[in-house]
Ligand binder design. Structure first.
Ligand code: GDP
Ligand code: MG
Length: 170
């Protein structure tokens, strides 16, 4: 009997946002279902691979680019954004400034990278640390914001508690 080959697609997905919003914690939660209190900020880029069984015949591999440390110094270079097919822009619900800065991240992504057909790459807005109570951004504001700046969607997440991590990435 013949075994049908499983089609595999590889997509590069970049994760950006201000320092300490939880990018590394989110990626580690998504890829390894683990959470550590401290991920030492290595300088450079960490890669993580997530294999998603999309259907009986289709497997999707997401290569997640987790910017590590570099975000403190400057906006990302074109090399970092090159060939990415999706983007997560993250802020920390308890840090208003990180929310304000998502505009800059979105503009940076839009100005430096496009899909092969020339359209902007899909960006998901994630409001992390929803397990904490001292919020500085309210939901109505995020709802208006994500529409105005053409994100494909937004949701609250908690990398710590593992809330909405898989659902968001789906
Ligand atoms: P990055 O700089 O954006 O990669 O952020 P990290 O993943 O290193 O996280 C920065 C700090 O926030 C660490 O102390 C994490 O433990 C903490 N953190 C990350 N995600 C969450 C979360 O969902 N909830 C809470 N309470 N803390 C979080
Ligand atoms: Mg990090």
């Amino acid at each position: 009997s013949e075994i049908s080959p499983v089609a595999e697609k590889l997509f590069k997905v970049i994760v950006v946002g201000d320092p300490t919003v939880g990018k590394t914690s989110f990626v580690q939660r998504y890829v390894q279902n683990s959470y550590k209190k401290d991920y030492k900020g290595t300088v450079g880029v960490d890669f993580a691979l997530k294999v998603v069984k999309w259907s009986e015949t289709q497997t999707v591999k997401l290569q997640l680019w987790d910017v590590a440390g570099q975000e403190r110094f400057t906006w990302m270079t074109r090399v970092y954004y090159k060939d990415s097919r999706g983007c997560v822009i993250m802020f920390d619900l308890t840090n208003r400034n990180s929310f304000v800065n998502t505009v800059k991240w979105k503009r940076d992504v839009d100005s430096k990278c496009r899909l092969p057909d020339g359209s902007p790459i899909p960006c998901l807005l994630l409001a992390n640390k929803c397990d904490l109570r001292q919020r500085q951004v309210d939901q109505l504001e995020i709802e208006e914001f994500y529409k105005e700046f053409n994100f494909i969607g937004w949701t609250e997440t908690s990398a710590k508690e593992g809330l909405m991590v898989n659902d968001a990435m789906k």
